[in-house]
Design a protein around this ligand. Structure first.
Ligand SMILES: *Cc1c(COP(=O)(O)O)cnc(C)c1O
Length: 495
């Protein structure tokens, strides 16, 4: 299987090269040249297998330069009992007769980013060997809160790698910040940026595309790579849990093979929902993909009108990992839906850079409307959804998951479509204790870390061990930079 760029189809890379490079040199996203197909026999063979084996078999279809045995051992390391506190890794919970929740936060950092970031470092380490790369990979990460921690947790003390994380200074929750600034590992660095997530992401993209910095770093024995969801090695492990959820629903008799299921996904950078889209394209019986946004509703408008327009206020919300106005992974979808038209993709991305806005062709718009439904949920709606799910089902959800739960309800009210649906739960409620306690009427004032106990006392649900352990940890990182200084921070980190 080869990979090409969404902006240049003459680029041809192996899976290992694509994982190593992260982003194509032309600024495009590296994408498989074809989508492998799965069928009933494939799914039925996966049903009795544990998550790690499901992951290996699905990923092997795309990473043909890795062996299935290799991927299986990565899967066992990534999703085993040392890392995940649920043996299913990504369990599916029944909410009612036609609704399930796919819990993606049982990994070491209590957010769904672990599903990919426990795997990516292993894919990258193996890639360095496969390609004979002897420089050290420096992973640059811009994070809206969860990626940074999950990436450091995955890369901490991994040979031949260093990792530097930039997070928006006032854009992450207290627990998220505590998780990042206490991270252990000799190869990690953390820097707060004065600005929002889009500023941090733009700064990282700028460093990536700066030829002078690249040359200088290479002289020092480093090359840059990415752990953001622009890296194919992030998207691929996420395809697995959609297939796995379908396997579980068939295994439990909730669906018969072939019955369509909708997935509703709380969305920021469009990575998670894009993985669901790939699963559908591979042949998984998916109905609609429901794209759930918070008040930063640029994707809702886009899916309804075909116009992507980031010229709008940026809102800081209680679901900070979705506070994003430029959803990078949309480029992969547009590339596919336009019939792999690199000129069209370049045109849209140029317009986005120049004017902050573009409009897709009628054909692309039609494909979008057919496959997706977009909705958003404001702050009051998010709290209300947390309260409703707790009251009606005794099921506690975090602020991001609540956005998805609410948008799924909106979809059903608007369309009358009661097809079985799964919404993705992307973080443990314990990561956002203050808002969750507020929502269920238990008062969320106080320090984020003290609130862990309060939420436990009120709900009786177990506190994830690693979050409980944060209290005893020392802060290791205090650096804050202006967004214009990010280049220098990178050079200093690798000096
Ligand atoms: C990152 C994140 C999201 C958004 O995922 P994307 O892949 O960026 O769309 C949603 N919820 C949580 C908790 C996250 O950490």
């Amino acid at each position: 299987m080869e990979y090409w760029s969404t902006r240049d189809k003459t680029v041809r890379l192996s899976g290992a090269e694509a994982v190593e490079m992260g982003l194509s040199r032309d600024g495009g996203l590296l994408t498989p040249t074809r989508i492998p197909q799965i069928d009933r026999t494939f799914i039925e063979a996966l049903i009795p297998e544990p998550y790690a084996v499901r992951a290996a078999k699905i990923m092997a279809l795309y990473l043909t330069d890795y062996t299935e045995a290799e991927l299986r051992s990565f899967g066992e390391n990534a999703y085993g009992p040392e890392k995940f506190d649920d043996p299913a890794a990504a369990p599916v919970r029944r909410i009612n007769d036609n609704t399930w929740c796919l819990e993606l936060w049982h990994g070491p950092t209590s957010a769904f980013k672990d599903m990919a970031l426990q795997m990516l470092p292993q894919l990258l380490s193996a890639a360095l060997k496969k390609t004979g790369e002897d420089r050290t990979a420096c992973i640059l990460v811009a994070t809206s809160g969860d990626t940074g921690k999950a990436a450091m947790e995955g890369f901490s003390d991994v040979d031949q790698t260093r990792i530097l994380v930039f997070y928006p200074k006032d854009g992450v929750s207290e627990v998220q910040e505590a998780q990042m600034v206490t991270q252990e590992g000799a190869n990690v660095g953390v820097c707060a940026v004065k600005g929002n997530f889009d500023d941090a992401q733009a700064g990282v993209k700028r460093v990536f595309s700066d030829a002078e910095i690249r040359t200088e770093l290479s002289r020092r024995g480093y090359f840059l790579s990415s752990a953001n969801s622009i890296n194919w090695g992030r998207i691929l492990p996420q395809i697995v849990y959609y297939v796995s959820a379908y396997c579980d629903l068939v295994r439990d008799g909730s669906l018969s093979y072939g019955d369509p299921v909708h997935f509703c996904v709380p969305t920021g950078n469009f990575g998670d929902i894009l993985a669901a889209w790939y699963a559908g394209r591979m042949g998984l019986p998916i109905g609609k993909l429901i794209c759930a946004s918070n008040r930063n509703d640029v994707l809702t408008d886009f899916l309804r009108t075909g116009v992507y327009d980031r010229n709008r206020p940026f809102h800081t919300t209680m679901s900070p990992s979705m506070d994003i106005l430029v959803s990078s992974n949309l480029e992969r979808l547009l590339f596919a839906l336009s019939g792999e038209d690199t000129a069209a993709v370049r045109g849209w991305m140029d317009a986005l850079n120049r004017e902050g806005r573009y409009e897709v062709s009628p054909a692309v718009k039609e494909a979008l409307t057919e496959q997706f439904w977009g909705g958003f949920c404001d702050e009051a709606g998010t709290s209300a959804a947390i309260a409703r799910y707790w009251k009606d089902y005794r099921y506690l959800i975090d602020t991001h998951t609540a956005v998805a739960a609410d948008v799924l309800d909106q979809y059903r009210r608007t369309t009358g479509d009661e097809t079985p649906a799964v919404f993705a739960s992307t973080a443990s409620p314990y990561k956002f204790c203050d808002h969750v306690l507020d929502a269920i009427g238990e008062g969320g004032q106080g320090s984020g870390l003290d609130l862990l106990d309060r939420l436990h006392a009120v709900t009786g649900l177990p506190v994830p061990k690693r979050l409980a352990a944060l209290r005893g940890k020392d802060r290791r990182f205090t650096l804050t930079a202006e967004k214009a200084e990010m280049d220098r921070v990178v050079l200093d980190f690798l000096s």
